[in-house]
Design a protein around this ligand. Structure first.
Ligand SMILES: NC(=O)c1ccc[n+]([C@@H]2O[C@H](COP(=O)([O-])OP(=O)(O)OC[C@H]3O[C@@H](n4cnc5c(N)ncnc54)[C@H](OP(=O)(O)O)[C@@H]3O)[C@@H](O)[C@H]2O)c1
Length: 321
């Protein structure tokens, strides 16, 4: 089958290990099933994998990709939950210490077929296209949990999104706006700031710029480059919710400001199967739809990866079959 896979690890030149070509169909253990992929989306996780973060040489070749929407074995339209918990685990899968994401231990979703535990398959809402549904399992689920489980603030509060062009960041603007939060956003790029306004951000700022007032919550995925600004942008008692550190994870901790203004720093990772179900319903009920930067045939996946490496994206890259 056609697949997008990692053949080698290179932290400095991740695209050198990227292959688009033929791979065997995935193995289907007991209690697993196969989904025929119609659309799959790219995440920064796929670049981390090519850099060797979360993916060891001993696992190669590994089909990349966490997110897919397609058809189950009975022809039903489905979306795949990317968090694979151990057989004995019950409850929120993201707390299983032995969990993995598709493409870390088990072959991933950027392929004609993906095998997953049966419990990882959820109905796709008919209102969403396969391309839109394929954006939900990682970026949109992560943003959903950051906003609605971890932020601790109610609609009407002001939430700052750092690095607004990214998959998680655009998801936060779309979902936060639909839920009635006042969404502010930063970007290094003026063009992306303008697009964020059109997407529903209330105000936009250059990365690092002083804000007109301090905010209730900051959603962080950028890390080192924006951390100090995030800490300084919060009201006393405010909260940073962090799910990523694209630019590095060694920023100044800003400890004095953290304790003096009594901030909370909350980590967040992916979301549970139940939260993915609620996210799909949220999209149905509010009309919120994932923002797609571009749709490419899977055979041209390299172009999408290259755009992510240079940061030349606003929203999600989706590959179709
Ligand atoms: N914990 C989890 O479960 C989870 C889930 C999803 C993602 N993540 C992580 O979250 C991060 C974002 O993922 P993604 O898929 O949304 O990635 P993405 O689409 O590639 O977005 C990355 C964004 O980060 C910003 N950025 C990168 N370097 C920057 C810098 N030096 N200064 C300022 N901004 C910078 C850019 O924003 P501008 O160009 O607009 O400035 C860019 O749009 C990744 O590190 C990913 O691994 C974690």
């Amino acid at each position: 089958m056609l697949a997008v896979y990692a053949s080698k690890i290179d932290p400095k030149d991740p695209l050198s290990g990227l292959e688009v070509g033929d791979r065997p169909d995935p193995e289907v253990p007991d209690r697993w099933t196969t989904v025929t992929v119609k659309a799959a989306s790219l995440n920064h996780h796929d670049l981390w994998s090519l850099r060797g973060v979360g993916l060891g040489e001993d696992k190669l070749p590994m089909i990349l990709g966490c997110d897919a929407a397609g058809l189950d074995e009975d022809g039903n339209e489905v979306v795949v939950h990317a968090v694979i918990s151990s057989d004995s685990w019950r409850g929120d899968e993201t707390f299983d210490p032995r969990r993995s994401l598709l493409s870390e231990r088990y072959q991933g979703a950027l392929a004609e077929k993906v095998a997953v535990p049966r419990t990882n398959v959820l109905p796709k809402p008919p209102e969403l296209s396969f391309e839109q549904a394929a954006c939900l399992p990682t970026a949109y689920l992560t943003a959903y949990k950051m906003l609605f489980e971890k932020s601790g603030v109610q609609p009407g509060a002001t939430i700052l999104v750092q690095g607004c062009g990214g998959g998680v960041a655009t998801a936060a603007i779309v979902l936060g706006r639909a839920a009635g939060y006042r969404m502010w956003a930063t970007s290094r790029s003026e063009a992306k700031r303008e697009r964020a306004l059109k997407l529903g951000a209330d105000q936009v700022f250059a990365s690092g710029a002083r804000l007109p007032e301090r905010v209730d919550v900051v959603l962080e995925t950028v890390g080192q480059a924006t951390w100090s600004h995030s800490v300084r942008s919060l009201k006393p008692g405010g909260r940073i919710v962090i799910s990523g550190a694209t630019s590095g994870d060694a920023p100044p901790a800003e400890l004095t400001r953290v304790f003096f203004t009594q901030l909370t720093v909350t980590g967040s990772t992916m979301g549970s199967r139940d939260e993915l179900g609620r996210l799909t319903r949220f999209c149905e009920q509010t009309g919120a739809r994932p923002l797609i930067d571009r749709v490419l045939p899977m055979a041209q996946a390299r172009d999408g990866f290259a755009a992510m490496v240079t940061g030349d994206l606003f929203g999600k890259v989706v590959f179709t079959l």
